[in-house]
Write a protein that binds this ligand. Structure first.
Ligand code: CP
Ligand code: NVA
Length: 310
């Protein structure tokens, strides 16, 4: 049996694989403009395929976009809250992976711990997709890059500024930088920088990434400004975070330091008045609703890649 094609992190993809996934996402979106959401694509490339989705954490976008993605590809999706399965009563990750591998063609997992995702993938005979862990959120970044390409053209050479927490979403941006030749500038409060080992690995692989605590210097001239919640699912230090992050809020004043046409992105859910002002997220430079919609198109391409169809 050939090894399944897992989608656990962007860092593990080749440049060509990531480009193929992005091209497929753009092409499939273009082919179904104004179609009803649940109508399958003409070629229904995953007809007769089933996806199981395991959620150890809350989700709106990831759950709905994967389910609609499978419907559009002609297949079927099953959403499982981990707590409602036997995982919640102590059945092992590995046994769950073995059982689901006999029933479905791929598994998407949103896991509390990245190691659980990796262990699940090792035990599975079908492709496993990272639907967010404490360490990364690669599906989100495929949709983000797609959105940047739609609004601003080729991402190569563009400067992307990340303000706020050096979290899971930020880590997947770091992984993508080495594949797509954009400049990544990250500003976080002291103590909230992305993992230094990951930054060093990205640089060694050719990424142009800089990490600072100076928000205004980081955003200066940026083509794209990105932020995320200051308190991610599983974070237990809310008070310290709410005290540390306000200088990194994306306000009109902060956006004025970026390039005049700079795009604003946020994976959502957003907290207006915290990491972003209402004026910015609801303003003309914000692409957050396209970004959310693009989760569907991005997921479809990821699912096809996992099934060996790209
Ligand atoms: N951006 C994102 O992953 O949203 P959900 O948590 O709603 O899935
Ligand atoms: N960083 C956030 C992303 C939510 C989609 C979290 O992990 O909660």
């Amino acid at each position: 049996m050939t090894a399944p094609r897992h989608f656990l992190d962007i860092a593990a993809l080749s440049r060509e694989e990531l480009r193929a996934i992005l091209d497929e996402a753009h092409a499939r979106k273009a082919l179904r403009l104004d179609w009803p959401n649940a109508k399958p694509d003409e070629d229904a490339p995953l007809a007769d395929h089933a996806l199981a989705m395991i959620f150890q954490k809350n989700s709106t976008r990831t759950r709905v976009s994967f389910e609609i993605a499978m419907t559009q590809l002609g297949g079927h999706a099953i959403a499982l809250s981990a707590a409602d399965t036997q995982l919640g009563r102590g059945e092992s990750i590995e046994d769950t992976a073995r059982v689901l591998s006999r029933m479905v063609d791929a598994v998407m997992m949103r896991a509390n711990k990245h190691d659980d995702l990796v262990n699940f993938a090792h035990a599975a005979d079908v492709p496993v997709i990272n639907g967010l862990t404490d360490l990364s959120h690669p599906c989100q970044i495929v949709a983000d890059i797609m959105t940047i390409e739609e609004w601003a053209g080729d991402i190569a050479g563009k400067t992307i500024a990340w303000l706020g927490d050096g979290n899971n979403v930020c880590a997947s941006f770091v992984h993508a930088g080495e594949k797509l030749d954009f400049k990544l500038r990250i500003a976080t409060p002291p103590g909230y920088a992305p993992c230094a080992r990951e930054i060093a690995a990205a640089r060694a692989a050719g990424a142009d990434v800089a990490v600072s605590t100076d928000a205004r210097a980081t955003i200066a001239g940026a083509d794209v400004v990105v932020t995320d919640t200051w308190v991610s699912m599983g974070d237990v230090d809310k008070d310290a975070r709410m005290a540390a992050f306000p200088p990194y809020a994306v306000t009109d004043d902060m956006m004025a330091c970026a390039s005049k046409e700079a795009l604003f992105l946020h994976c959502l859910p957003a907290h207006r008045g915290e990491e972003v002002s209402a004026a910015v997220i609801d303003g003309p430079q914000s692409a957050v609703w396209d970004e959310a919609e693009n989760r569907v198109h991005a997921q479809k391409a990821v699912l096809m890649w996992c099934q060996g169809k790209l």
